[in-house]
Design a protein around this ligand. Sequence first.
Ligand code: DX5
Ligand code: ZN
Length: 217
Amino acid sequence: MALIAPSLLSADFLNLGSDIDMINNSEADWFHLDVMDGLFVPNISYGMPIIAQIKKRAKKTCDVHLMVVEPQRYLEDFKKAGADYLTVHYETGYHIHRTLTSIRALGMKAGLAINPHTPVEMVKDIIHDIDLLLVMSINPGFGGQKFLPTTFNKIREARQLIDQSGSKTLIEIDGGVTLENISDIIAAGADVLVAGNTVFAAPDPADMIKRLKQAGK
Ligand code: DX5
Ligand code: ZN
């Protein structure tokens, strides 16, 4: 069954505690936490101090998505803040393999994200060094954007690559996931679905999580 990871980017930051409790008490599997630096993406979100606070209250896996340049500078900080999965972008580094190795050495699961313009085959030689392959289905930076249909092929390619390699890497899809497209995304081979706007713009977010989970069965 596919995992659902609500993104707190679309949560109500004046009532973050109650949104965290809502996710704790819902059928969601993970917390997806988006860190943006205003350089790698044209937006700034939140960083380690907020994640450390979230971690105190969250009762589920914390999946931290770093949209920052030079992510290798902050690996220990995010470990201390409580990241369970730490995902860096392929496009940010000359030595991504070293960064992924360091993430695992610190005791976290290593994630690698690819932007819409990066082909899946770029990760072929390091697939065994990745616990999570995050295929961006939008250009990162903002919630509430429309799913790029070219992602479907990339999911199928990623599924084939992972299955052929015998690795256990999970495929995560981030951006524009809705009740309408979730079944097709899972059918293409995705394991983890991030949902921000779909969950938090719904009149009953916990019920929306339940419906997303149901659609992923
Ligand atoms: C965007 C972030 C996403 C974002 C997804 O750069 O990586 O995690 O929160 O938001 P929705 O689900 O609204 O597209
Ligand atoms: Zn994200």
